[in-house]
Design a binder for this molecule. Structure first.
Ligand code: NAD
Length: 330
C-alpha cells in the first residue's frame, strides 16, 4: 500500500507518517516545511505549497498512478491565540480552502487521465464547525454530529472547516471519490507546537507550568471556567487509521475524548504531573466557546473505537516532552 500525507511536517501529519511506515506503507510526505521536532520517517518528503495547483497531479500520483490513500492535514492552523483573535481570518479561509479545492480538483484530473478511481482520502475537519449556540453552557455543550445545522461556528476557521467538509462530500457525490471526514476535538501530545503563538491550551499550559517555579503563578486567558476535552495524539492516529481501513462508514464523525475539564482543572492536572503548586492568574485573552466536549456515540457504534487514556496520562507524556524541549533550548 502507498499513501501521501499532506501537512506531513505538522503535528498530526508527522505522527501519521510514522504510523503508516510502521504499518508497512510506502509514504510520501508533503508540506511547506520539514517536521520541526524530529526527522520525517517518510520514504519521500516533498517541500511544496499546496496552494499552488500546477504540480498537484504530480504530487498526488506515483509513477503515473494515483496513491492508494491520501491523508489531508494541511491547513493554516493554530490555537486560540491564532484562530480566535480575528487577525488571521483571511489567510485561514483563503489558504485552507485553496488547498482543499486544489486537492480535489487534482483527484478528478487523475481519475480522468488514469481511468482509475480507487484512492481513499481522509479529511481532518474540526469540532470548531459546531454552532456556538450549542456551546454556551460549559456543563452541557452539545457536539453530536447531527447538531451541526443551522450552522453558526464561532470562528472563520470553523466556517472553513464546515465548507471544506461539504466540499469533500460534494466531490464524493458527483465524482464518486471515496472520502472519510472526521471532526477532531483538540488533539495534543509530544511534537506539537508548544511556543510561538500557534500552540494550543495543553501545550501552552505545560510550557507555562514547566517554566514556573514551585508556588508560582501562570497566566490563563479568561476565567478558566470554559470547558474542553483533549485527545492524546496516539489515540487520534489509531481512530483515523481505523476509519480509513473500513469501507462502510464515511462520516463526518467526531474523533475526540469525552473527558471534559475546565481550563482551571487542566492547570491543576498539569501542576500535579509537574509536582508543583501553581496558581492561575486570569487575564483577558481569546477563549473561544464556553463549553465543548466530544460526543463519541457515533464512532463507538460505527468503528468500535473509543478513547482509552485519561487526560492525566496524556499530559504526563506531553509535559515530559515539553520540559525536555525547554531544557534543550536553553
Ligand atoms: P499543524 O499546523 O501542526 O499542521 C498543519 C501543516 O500544514 C503544517 O505543517 C503546515 O506547514 C502545513 N501547511 C499549511 N499550509 C500549507 C500549504 N499551503 N502547503 C503545504 N503545507 C501546508 O496542525 P495539526 O495540529 O497537525 O492539524 C492537522 C489538521 O488537523 C489541520 O487541518 C487542522 O485544522 C486539523 N485539526 C487539528 C486539531 C488539533 O487539535 N490539532 C483539531 C481539529 C482539527
Amino acid at each position: 500500500m502507498n499513501a501521501v500525507v499532506l501537512g506531513a511536517g505538522g503535528f498530526i501529519g508527522s505522527h501519521m507518517v510514522e504510523r503508516l511506515i510502521r504499518d508497512g506503507y510506502f509514504v510520501r510526505g508533503i508540506d511547506l516545511k520539514y517536521p520541526e521536532f524530529s526527522d520525517s520517517s517518510a520514504n519521500e518528503f516533498v517541500i511544496a505549497d499546496l496552494r499552488e495547483s500546477s504540480r498537484m497531479t504530480d504530487l498526488l500520483s506515483i509513477n503515473g498512478e494515483p496513491f492508494d490513500e491520501i491523508y489531508q492535514f494541511a491547513a493554516d492552523m493554530g490555537g486560540a491565540g491564532f484562530v480566535f483573535t480575528g487577525d488571521h481570518d483571511a489567510d485561514i479561509m483563503h489558504n485552507s480552502a485553496t488547498i482543499n479545492l486544489n486537492v480535489l480538483h487534482a483527484m478528478v484530473k487523475l481519475i480522468e487521465t488514469t481511468k482509475k478511481n480507487s484512492t481513499k482520502i481522509f479529511y481532518s475537519g474540526s469540532a470548531c464547525m459546531y454552532p456556538a449556540y450549542n456551546q454556551e453552557d460549559p456543563d452541557n455543550p452539545n457536539c453530536t454530529e447531527d447538531s451541526a445545522y443551522p450552522a453558526a461556528p464561532d470562528s472563520e476557521y470553523g466556517w472553513e472547516k464546515l465548507f471544506s467538509e461539504r466540499l469533500y462530500l460534494s466531490f464524493s457525490r458527483n465524482y464518486g471519490i471515496s472520502v472519510r471526514i472526521a471532526r477532531y476535538h483538540n488533539i495534543f501530545g509530544p511534537k506539537g507546537t508548544w511556543n510561538g503563538g500557534r500552540e494550543k491550551a495543553p501545550a501552552a499550559i505545560c510550557r507555562k507550568v514547566a517554566m514556573a517555579s514551585d508556588n508560582g503563578e501562570i497566566e490563563i486567558w479568561g476565567d478558566g471556567k470554559q470547558t474542553r476535552s483533549f485527545l492524546y495524539i496516539d489515540e487520534c492516529i489509531e481512530a483515523t487509521r481505523r476509519f480509513m481501513m473500513q469501507d462502510h462508514f464515511f462520516g463526518p464523525v467526531n474523533i475526540g475524548s469525552e473527558e471534559m475539564v475546565t481550563i482551571n482543572e487542566l492547570v491543576t492536572i498539569t501542576s500535579e504531573v509537574a509536582g508543583k503548586k501553581i496558581s492561575a492568574k486570569h487575564i483577558d485573552g481569546p477563549t473561544g466557546v464556553r463549553g465543548r466536549n466530544s460526543s463519541n456515540n457515533l464512532i463507538r457504534e460505527k468503528l468500535n473505537w473509543d478513547y482509552q487514556m485519561t487526560l492525566k496520562q496524556g499530559i504526563q507524556e506531553t509535559y515530559r516532552w515539553i520540559s525536555s524541549q525547554i531544557e534543550n533550548s536553553k
